[in-house]
Write a protein that binds this ligand. Structure first.
Ligand SMILES: [Zn+2]
Length: 390
């Protein structure tokens, strides 16, 4: 609410200092917590003014991920009490135990170049998690000398590699009896039961009535199962992308096209796709989100291993033959099999493998898209307010 020329972090800081004296409950909060919130808030507005995002809006009480920042690492006093457990001081909470999953620079290993500068507490349906901010000196990676590879986010194989070393998660594969990936049969049965129970309880709720504790418990149980599935998926993605970044120097993927995947699910008139409704709805959004995350992980992991990620334009990679380079109609027999119908060729193989080989070929021919890093800022046209609002 300050005039434009006085909108700075310092002015906002002064305002919150004064407010802490005048408003009792604000004064009870630790000063750092208020400042951390303020800092995030100012950054959100800066992002908006510089055209990177929309204006910040209110958080939803139940939907938004709950998180608390601990802005300083000085008082955390982290100790390791067991191979799997550590203890940490959280302001206003006290000493708590946490699962030790990663090496932290504490004790002798902490120095000016390698230290913990803060933490963040995040709540998800499975409980509270703590993430530590660590400041380290990363050595500049030596250029990677491994082979090049093209990767396609496939239909039959989760990640199809151009050299034939596909990455799958067969243990968590979805089948006819087990439609959801990342859950065991028992867990799926439980999820279905809970969803039915939630639907039943919802029926008895009149409009405007608040959610009963029983219904909320059921919702929490459903969210817990989904979070478990997501955690398994993330784990697989991290392991897979780390292994890829360690082995290959250049990874080529296709630039994502939204309409592309809808078409492949629908199929053609002669050859209708299978499970169209499923694929074009929730599953598609999940698989797209997952693919985006895989590419994101590959980008930073390759960079830290001295490799690079390239994107090539997508059209035709799944229809063209990777052996002769011709697009002959009907070559893609079905979702899984590719048999080249070019009389002089006749190559056959996994359809996803074929696409991955095409992607690598496009890169070798020099059809690489310019990296998006330099032009990440997209300015939106300023909306003109209606006359009444001016
Ligand atoms: Zn061919």
């Amino acid at each position: 609410m300050l005039p434009k020329e006085r909108r700075s972090l310092a002015a906002a800081d002064a305002a919150i200092r004064r407010a802490r004296k005048e408003i009792d409950w604000l004064g009870v909060l630790p000063a750092q917590a208020a400042q951390a919130v303020l800092k995030t808030y100012v950054q959100a507005w800066k992002n908006c003014w510089e055209g990177r995002t929309d204006a910040p809006n209110f958080k939803a009480r139940f939907r938004t991920v709950m998180s608390v920042d601990v802005p300083q690492g000085r008082d955390l006093n982290i100790t390791r009490v067991h191979r799997n457990w550590g203890m940490v001081n959280i302001p206003k909470v006290g000493r708590v135990r946490f699962r030790w999953t990663k090496d932290l620079p504490i004790g002798k290993r902490a120095n000016a170049d390698n230290r913990i500068t803060g933490a963040r507490l995040v709540k998800d349906p499975l409980g509270w998690h703590i993430a530590f901010r660590v400041q380290t000196q990363e050595p500049k990676p030596v250029p990677h000398t491994g082979p090049e590879v093209g990767i396609d986010g496939g239909v039959t194989v989760p990640l199809a590699l151009s050299d034939g070393n596909h990455r799958t998660h067969d243990q968590w594969k979805s089948t006819k009896n087990k439609p959801n990936t990342w859950l065991t049969g028992d867990e799926q049965a439980k999820l279905l039961r809970l969803e039915r129970r939630a639907a039943q309880r919802k029926q008895h709720r009149r409009p405007g009535e608040r959610t009963s504790n029983r219904l909320r418990t059921t919702y929490d149980q459903i969210a817990g199962l989904r979070a478990r599935a997501k955690r398994r998926h993330l784990d697989w993605q991290h392991r897979t992308t780390t292994a890829i970044a360690q082995h290959y120097s250049v990874v080529v993927v296709e630039a994502l096209q939204v309409t592309n995947m809808v078409k492949s699910a629908k199929g053609t008139v002669d050859e209708p796709g299978k499970n169209v409704a499923q694929k074009s709805g929730l599953n598609r959004s999940i698989s797209q989100e997952a693919w985006g995350r895989t590419v994101g992980m590959l980008t930073y992991k390759l960079a830290s291993h001295g490799g690079t990620l390239h994107k090539v334009p997508a059209p035709g990679t799944s229809q063209r033959c990777s052996a002769c380079g011709f697009t002959t109609p009907g070559s893609r027999e079905n979702q899984a099999l590719f048999v080249c119908k070019n009389p002089g060729c006749g190559w056959s193989g996994n359809a996803d493998h074929n696409a991955a080989r095409n992607i690598l070929h496009l890169y070798r021919m020099g059809h690489v898209l310019i990296p998006a890093a330099g032009r990440a800022v997209v300015r939106r046209a300023k909306r003109v307010k209606p006359t009444a609002a001016r």
